[in-house]
Design a protein around this ligand. Structure first.
Ligand SMILES: [Mg+2]
Length: 190
């Protein structure tokens, strides 16, 4: 079984540090639980363009820089990497590809997994996550975003959806499995 892995809120926190950045900057008080849609900008009363602009700014701050890899992912990485990991697939801007790569190299030994940058938030010449997963012939996408997950599921790709406040919609199709953490994913792949 080959898996493609999302980055933000799948192997490293995004929403938590972004909310700290946002609440400080705009004197608001949003909590993790307030983010109840994968379209985060809507939860903050923003349009997508303003959110995208904020991301560019956020990514220059220490909130972005100081994050560390989830410990459960770090613990299972070697095991998964032997048989299962095909690539990372993220809707981060390609402009942060250098930072993204160096983040993984800092956090994982002998890191040489390909990272693909999909469309979704930032304009890119690359396809959607589902298109990339199809092209790379992966069996599963691991993601926290149910919009990307449902798109993959529709195209016949299995999905492990990491349980988050923003992906609580019900009626998930059979090939989307809600999971708590990376230990559960490793068990299911065995
Ligand atoms: Mg994500």
């Amino acid at each position: 079984m080959k898996i493609a892995i999302d980055v933000d809120d799948t192997v490293v926190d995004f929403v938590k540090p972004f909310l700290i950045y946002y609440n400080r900057g705009f004197n608001t008080n949003y909590s993790f639980e307030d983010i109840n849609s994968s379209e985060i900008w809507k939860c903050l009363g923003l349009d997508k363009d303003s959110f995208r602009d904020l991301l560019v700014d956020f990514r220059k701050t220490s909130f972005f820089e100081d994050r560390v890899l989830y410990s459960d992912f770090k613990n299972v990485f070697e095991d998964l990497n032997k048989k299962h990991i095909s690539c990372f697939v993220t809707s981060r801007s390609k402009e942060v590809s250098r930072e993204t790569e160096s983040f993984f190299k800092r956090n994982l030994n002998n890191f040489n997994t390909p990272i693909f940058y999909s469309g979704g938030i930032h304009p890119t010449e690359n396809g959607s996550k589902a298109e990339i997963c199809l092209e790379k012939k992966v069996d599963f996408l691991v993601d926290d975003n149910e919009i990307y997950g449902l798109d993959c599921a529709e195209k016949g790709i299995g999905v492990f959806l990491l349980d988050k406040p923003w992906n609580q919609g019900d009626g998930l199709p059979d090939n989307v499995e809600r999971v708590e953490d990376w230990y559960e994913i490793l068990e299911k792949l065995k």
